[in-house]
Design a protein around this ligand. Structure first.
Ligand SMILES: NC(=O)c1ccc[n+]([C@@H]2O[C@H](COP(=O)([O-])OP(=O)(O)OC[C@H]3O[C@@H](n4cnc5c(N)ncnc54)[C@H](OP(=O)(O)O)[C@@H]3O)[C@@H](O)[C@H]2O)c1
Length: 256
């Protein structure tokens, strides 16, 4: 039996689209996929300088990436994002990572509105639907593809005053499973990575002490922990895995 010790190159020449990759987890997912040889479309909505910084991190390490602006909640912009990625890199999308998020307000039932729910559904249901529809013809034509949804442990925890976000992230699980069944005959796998609390730029003033005490592994996760799980699902190493939800949270929750 041949043993391959190198992880570099397991996505060689593939094209990955990572939504919301100008900062936070998306940036590190983009960097990780590129480190395995993937060409990466770094999507963002507003932060051009930050998206260019993600591209710089990738290219300085010898990878290939380009920033493409698009509001992933808008159908026409999603269409042009995917068309532009395919045009610039010269191949169909192999890996789609549905990662982008807007603001996540915490609101009691008294204060929450239906609009607050649809705001979350726009990011975690509508956008993945638009993006999946846009990459599907290419993935079907090549008989392969990997779609990775970024969920959250809040689905298992059921955090209070967070029902809009929890509901939308719950819907992502149903979508993942239904699409996994539907797309399996076309060679397309659909999985979900559910992070615990992973401090990113927007958490710089947050106190993580209480959360960390409750995590069995007694530490905070890092963006690279999430990126590694995404790269695994994206790769051939996960070729027999679809419809799964992987919690990356130091043991804070178990399965669903
Ligand atoms: N970090 C955590 O603790 C944690 C835990 C569980 C789950 N998650 C999930 O992980 C994912 C990433 O979270 P994060 O903490 O890394 O978020 P973040 O740091 O707030 O980054 C959000 C990203 O989404 C982009 N974005 C916002 N609106 C957009 C739009 N309309 N179209 C395209 N891109 C848009 C932002 O780009 P611009 O800067 O250009 O607006 C930015 O790149 C989310 O799905 C989140 O729910 C995170």
């Amino acid at each position: 039996m041949l043993i391959n010790h190198t992880k570099i190159g397991k996505l060689e020449g593939k094209l990955s689209v990572v939504t919301g990759a100008s900062r936070g987890l998306g940036r590190w997912i983009a960097v990780e996929l590129a480190s395995h040889g993937s060409l990466v479309a770094v999507n963002y909505a507003n932060s051009t300088t930050d998206a260019e910084e993600t591209v710089r991190l990738i290219t300085e390490a010898g990878g290939t990436a380009q920033a493409i602006r698009a509001d992933i909640t808008k159908e026409a912009e999603v269409q042009s994002l995917i068309q532009e990625a395919v045009r610039r890199f010269g191949r169909h999308v192999d890996v789609l990572v549905n990662n982008a998020t807007g603001p996540q307000p915490e609101l009691s039932i008294e204060d929450i509105s239906w609009q607050a729910f649809t705001d979350q559904l726009e990011f975690f249901v509508k956008a993945p639907l638009l993006l999946t529809k846009a990459v599907l013809p290419g993935m079907k034509s090549q008989g392969s593809g990997s779609i990775i949804n970024i969920g959250s442990e809040v689905v298992q925890l059921g955090n209070a005053n967070f029902s809009s976000y929890v509901t939308a992230k719950s819907a992502m699980i149903g979508m993942t499973r239904s699409w996994a069944n539907e797309l399996a005959p076309a060679g397309i796998r659909v999985n979900l990575v559910a992070p615990g609390w992973i401090p990113v730029e927007r958490h710089k003033d947050s106190n993580t002490e209480g959360y960390q005490k409750r995590v069995p592994l007694k530490k905070m996760g890092e963006p690279s922990d999430i990126a590694a799980a995404v790269a695994f699902f994206a790769s051939e190493e996960a070729k027999f895995i679809t419809g799964q939800c992987l919690s990356v949270n130091g043991g804070n929750t178990f399965g669903i």
